[in-house]
Design a protein around this ligand. Structure first.
Ligand SMILES: [Zn+2]
Length: 355
């Protein structure tokens, strides 16, 4: 199933139109305290009549519930509405070089189940996708089929998320041209939305309107949010941060070029020189901040999060050295949750509901 088709399937299954999504988003934003229909009309700009109609069908579908009443002022007491988080669930999966990770989240984005398994992706794709489908099946076994919205699948790039096809993923020639979205959808019988892993990572938590998720694990990459909008680029492959050249005559990179940041950084780590790796990453982050005028950099990936103090110190030092006015161009460094990538992948599915 293509992303467009999957979007349609998600929309048809839950949200009838954009206004439904607007109302659901507004109710979710008000949290457990609830929100009245009058407040919803004020928040969304929709008419009282439209709010009444939309909340009526969302209540009938079990997505909203009446949580109590507020009164005391003039007029009749107002009924408060809240989201029913477990009315539906979404799955976020990560196809990583070191294995598979799958999370189940409810409509509030809370994790309600997880699976993790070491799998070598250098083998045939079929058995790996079979196992991923089994993990999805385990996490949805106790959920009625019509309550599962779909699977967000985060994969290493380069890839085209619209067609769900992987391209020349470095070190994984067996996956070239594999339609991972369609292959997994056929196995699980659910819509599957494919996302680049680092783009999922930047969506794994809320943050500044202009931020990057910088990943250092078995590779180096970045996900981008600019002006509050995720940036995927012309071919959905933006964020190949690790393949910027930092040494013209540097070591060969798995991508076929030479002196890429990823190659230099990983070579330093292999040589037991983590301080050099951290400094090179810091130079890359400073380049990225200067290029895009970022206000936040979210640090992720198991190597980086395994020694976060070292990498943060190096990145701060390079930002201080390389930005013309570091006090004016202040950058917040934050640490991503360990599960940022599958969380972000599930968030892509939820975005089909909440807009
Ligand atoms: Zn490269």
């Amino acid at each position: 199933m293509t992303t467009d088709a999957a979007d349609s399937a998600l929309n048809l299954s839950l949200v009838r139109d954009r206004n439904d999504a607007t109302v659901l988003r507004a109710v979710r934003g008000c949290g457990a305290e609830g929100v009245s229909r009058v407040q919803l009309a004020a928040h969304t700009g929709l008419t009282a009549q439209a709010i009444s109609k939309i909340t009526g069908r969302l209540l009938a579908d079990g997505l909203l519930t009446e949580a109590g009443r507020v009164g005391g002022g003039p007029g009749k007491p107002r009924t408060l509405l809240t989201l029913v988080p477990d009315a539906r669930c979404a799955l976020g999966a990560q196809l990583g070089r070191d294995g598979l990770r799958v999370l189940r989240v409810d409509l509030a984005g809370s994790v309600t189940g997880s699976r993790r398994e070491a799998v070598d992706l250098r083998g045939e794709p079929g058995p790996v996708l079979d196992r991923l489908a089994e993990l999805v099946g385990e996490l949805t076994a106790d959920v009625a089929a019509d309550r599962v919205l779909g699977v967000g699948l985060a994969c290493p790039g380069p890839l085209d998320t619209r067609s769900g096809v992987l391209h020349e993923v470095t070190g994984l020639p067996g996956w070239r041209g594999v339609r991972v979205g369609a292959e997994l959808a056929a196995r699980v019988g659910l819509p599957v939305l494919v996302e680049k892993d680092t783009t999922a990572g930047v969506l794994g938590r809320l943050g500044a309107e202009n931020r990057a998720f910088v990943y250092l694990g078995d590779g180096v990459g970045a996900g981008l949010v600019l002006g509050g909008r995720v940036q995927r680029g012309a071919r959905t492959n933006a964020g190949e941060f690790g393949h910027q050249c930092v040494e013209l005559a540097g070591p060969p990179c798995a991508c076929g070029a030479r002196g890429c940041l990823e190659a230099v950084c990983l070579a330093a780590l292999r040589e037991g020189r983590p301080d050099r790796a951290a400094r090179v990453l810091g130079v890359g982050v400073a380049n990225l901040v200067r290029l895009l005028d970022l206000e936040e950099v979210v640090l992720g990936g198991d190597v980086l999060l395994g020694a976060p103090d070292r990498f943060e110190a190096a990145i701060r030092a390079e930002l201080a050295d390389r930005l013309p006015d570091p006090a004016w161009q202040s950058v917040t460094l934050t640490r991503a949750p360990w599960a940022a990538i599958p969380l972000g992948a599930a968030g892509v599915v939820l975005a089909g509901v909440f807009g």
